[in-house]
Structures are given as C-alpha cells and as structure tokens.
Design a protein around this ligand. Structure first.
Ligand SMILES: [Zn+2]
Length: 308
C-alpha cells in the first residue's frame, strides 16, 4: 500500500496516527522507519510517499526538517550517511585546527613573555602543547625561530614519530625530550628555557646530580605542593646533542624521581611541564624565580666568604 492511496478505510490502519483522529498533527517519531512511513496516511505524514523515488513529496503541513529528521535518524539513505560522515569529518578537522591555532597562539605569547624576562634569548628554548592524545598530536616550535618575535605560524603539529602534519620547517631538535615527558608524565604542555640562572646552577650543581630547593613560599606555586617545607629536587642531566640517548636518560631520571616538577640540562637550561599550558607557564615562573633566589644566595654567600 502506498500512502498516496491511503483513504478512509486505510486511515484506521495508519501507522502514525494511533488513537488520535484523522488530521491530528503528529510530530514524527525519531524511531520511525520507512515501513512505518509507507503505512501512514497522508494527513498524518503531511506528504505523499513516493515508492518509485523512495521519498516524500511534502506538503506544508509539517516542517520539512521534521520529516527529514525522522528519515535521517531511522533509515538513513546512503547519500545522507555520506553527508553525515563528511560533516563529522569536517567538524573533527575544524575543531583540531582551532585547538592547534589556540595552543600555538598561547605558546607564542608565553615565548614572547619569556624572551622579555631574558629566559629564551635569541632562538633558544622550545615550547610544546598537546593537541590530541589519541592519536598523539603535539604543537611544537619550529627549529631556529627568534623567540622575541614568536608567532603562532611558527609552530608545527607533529605525531609521536616526529612526522610533520601541519606547518613548515623542522621540529625543534629537542622534540624527543618533549615526547618523553608527554609519555612519562602525561604532560599537557612542556616549556624549556635557557635562562642565566638555570645555566649557571646546572653547571655548579652537576657534581651532585641535581639541585634541592626547600623553605621558600614560592614552592607552593608548583602543582600539588602545599607547604614551603616541600623539598623540590631538580635532577641534572649531562648535556648532549644525541637526542635519542638523552631521551632515554631522561626517561630513567623521570622514573627515579617521580615527584620532580622539572629538570636541568647541564650548562643548558630548565625543562618543566604541567597538566596544561597555563600550569606549565606558572611552573616556569616559579622555578625560574627559585633558581634565581638560590643563585643569588650562593653568590652572596661566596662573596661574603671571600670578604671575610
Ligand atoms: Zn635547549
């Protein structure tokens, strides 16, 4: 039976009307399938079902979107499925693009601020943030860019194998260290500076394997730290240009010191990370402050001892 032949006799068997009278307005159920639609009478559907075209010729009785929504959700045509799939792909791609742009803009702004503080002069330092975890996508600084004029366009999107998915240039040489921190610590962002104090202290304390900082109120700016009595241990790794080897050493250090919020590369600089970009940026500010305090304290103690 076709809906177009639905007359008085067929009206009692209308699959949509139920107990309501002929001509009552029905909202189309989302579970409706084409068989139900075929059995519905014209007044209920608000249109005529065409078996040849397998579609409805609509009357103004019901809004077209209601009819389409009913068909779309219950018995999607291949073309509709394709449209839905391409809409989802477009939407996922669009949200990944906007997430990348937003992170790149935030990282660039942090980089310029760090430059202004003297922590990433010239092309030193590198910054990254997680765009997606499954599969892993990282926004990271392109190699060799001036941090004082850093822009969002100077970031790349890479995967866990350092393949470039977005942007031009090469990823920072230290990208392997960023990836190691993402894997080992679940970091949402990783920031690396080449400040004067991290360079001096990583050299001075290299023989101790690390630097302990305790007793300062500013320690409470580190995630999970609630008291100035906290003892922050910053391990120090020997500097190297062999990044795969350095990444392996870093993984071992991170396992050995699970409570550390950062580490130093000898004669090189500071790495820290956090749950997201804002927490990581705060960690840079806190650790750079503490390193400067320790450095100035050590310097004044030496000066005092020399004067005595
Ligand atoms: Zn570096």
């Amino acid at each position: 039976m076709s809906a177009s032949s639905c007359g008085r006799a067929a009206a009692s068997r209308c699959t949509l009307r139920g107990d309501e009278g002929v001509g009552a307005r029905h909202a189309l159920p989302v579970t409706m399938n084409l068989d139900t639609l075929r059995g519905a009478c014209k007044p209920c559907v608000g249109g005529v079902f065409c078996a040849r075209k397998n579609s409805l010729r609509l009357t103004p009785r019901l809004p077209q979107r209601e009819i389409i929504a009913g068909l779309y959700l219950s018995d999607p045509e291949p073309a509709m499925l394709q449209q839905r799939s391409s809409r989802r792909r477009f939407s996922a791609k669009h949200s990944a693009t906007s997430a990348f742009r937003e992170l790149a803009a935030g990282l660039a702004e942090a980089g310029r601020a760090f430059y202004a503080r003297g922590w990433v002069l010239g092309t030193s330092g590198n910054f990254s943030a997680i765009v997606a975890r499954e599969p892993l996508r990282l926004a990271i600084t392109s190699s060799g860019v001036d941090k004082g004029a850093l822009t969002a366009t100077q970031f790349l999107e890479i995967d866990e194998n350092l393949n470039i998915l977005r942007g031009s240039g090469a990823p920072s040489a230290e990208a392997l260290l960023h990836l190691a921190l993402v894997r080992a610590r679940g970091a949402g962002a990783v920031l690396h500076t080449h400040s004067v104090w991290s360079t001096i202290l990583s050299e001075s304390f290299a023989g101790h394997g690390g630097l302990a900082i305790s007793g300062y109120e500013m320690l409470k700016g580190l995630a999970g730290v609630a008291t100035h009595k906290h003892r922050e241990w910053l391990p120090i790794l020997e500097n190297s240009q062999d990044m795969p080897e350095l990444a392996r050493q870093l993984e071992a250090i991170l396992q050995r010191y699970p409570g550390s919020h950062g580490f130093l590369l000898r004669g090189h600089g500071l790495y820290t990370w956090g749950e997201n970009l804002s927490e990581t940026r705060r960690h840079v500010e806190i650790l750079e402050f503490l390193l400067e305090v320790v450095g100035r304290t050590c310097g004044s103690a030496r000066g005092h001892a020399a004067a005595v």
